[in-house]
Design a protein. Structure first.
Length: 271
């Protein structure tokens, strides 16, 4: 693991493998360790660069929620890519990281060779719904700071969104929990305030302009995101959709081997 200071924030990242660069952006409560298994499986095909996003893993947790917003974070990702000499790179984002990946594709299209979006949305289209979600995000942020990281993670793991993970081995689920509880309360709370779905401007109107080859992934049990992803696929001119049967929100955790095959084949076609 290495670190770099970008715009007065110290980011931690991990490079693994050899080949064309693939930047990996984890979801909320995750870290760069979320990608360890997948990065290992792909190490002979790509050079993966997994990054701890602000407030997660070992990257610094600013006290200012604005420092976490998607505009600042996207600019930081490009600066990290510049610092590492990546040039043009493929980009895979999961959930929160998928929203960030879409933002990067909209605002830095020449830097992205191929885009992979797993279980993510372009934000909330309607302002009233966005305001309501922002209130929910802020309320949850306050709860995290008040109750602490372990009670929050216990609650988070029981969300219906993750129910399908019960099919995963107890050992792997315990490893995922350990990754989550290593985060800190202030970092997660400010991530919600700064880069939660309620704080992000909608990207729906920009999707038709994304001409980068795009792979949209969702799990069949994740009904909300199946609909969102289908809607995205209909309006993105160069996107293909894969729905993983009997998978939930976190496909790369639940169905690692199938995920690796789909991703590997897609990246091979981008060469």
């Amino acid at each position: 693991m290495a670190k770099v200071r970008i715009n007065n924030l110290v980011y931690h990242y991990q490079r693994k493998g050899k080949g064309s660069p693939l930047v990996l952006l984890h979801g909320f409560t995750g870290s760069l360790r979320s990608w360890n298994e997948l990065a290992g499986e792909l190490s002979s095909q790509v050079e993966s660069v997994a990054i701890d996003l602000p407030g997660h893993g070992q990257t610094e947790s600013s006290i200012d929620p604005i420092r976490y917003n998607i505009e600042h974070t996207a600019a930081d990702i490009i600066s990290i890519a510049d610092d590492l000499g990546l040039g043009q790179f493929s980009l895979l984002g999961y959930s929160m990281g998928g929203r960030l990946a879409l933002y990067l594709a909209v605002h830095f299209p020449k830097r992205i060779k191929a885009l992979i979006v797993e279980s993510a949305s372009p934000g909330i289209a309607h302002e009233a719904e966005r305001i309501q979600r922002r209130k929910w995000d802020y309320d949850l942020a306050g709860h995290i700071e008040k109750e602490g990281i372990i009670p929050f993670v216990s609650w988070w793991e029981q969300l219906p969104l993750f129910a399908s993970q019960s099919a995963v081995s107890e050992q792997r689920r315990a490893s995922l929990r350990q990754e989550r509880v290593k985060n800190n309360a202030q970092g997660l709370a400010n991530s919600l305030r700064g880069m939660g779905t309620g704080s992000q401007s909608s990207l729906w109107g920009a999707l038709p302009n994304i001409t980068i080859p795009t792979l949209l992934l969702c799990g069949s049990f994740d009904e909300k995101y199946v609909q969102i992803t289908r809607d995205m696929a209909r309006i993105m001119p160069n996107a293909e959709l894969v729905i993983f049967q009997d998978a939930g929100h976190n496909i790369h955790f639940e169905q690692l081997e199938a995920f690796k095959i789909i991703l590997s084949n897609f990246l091979l076609r981008m060469e």
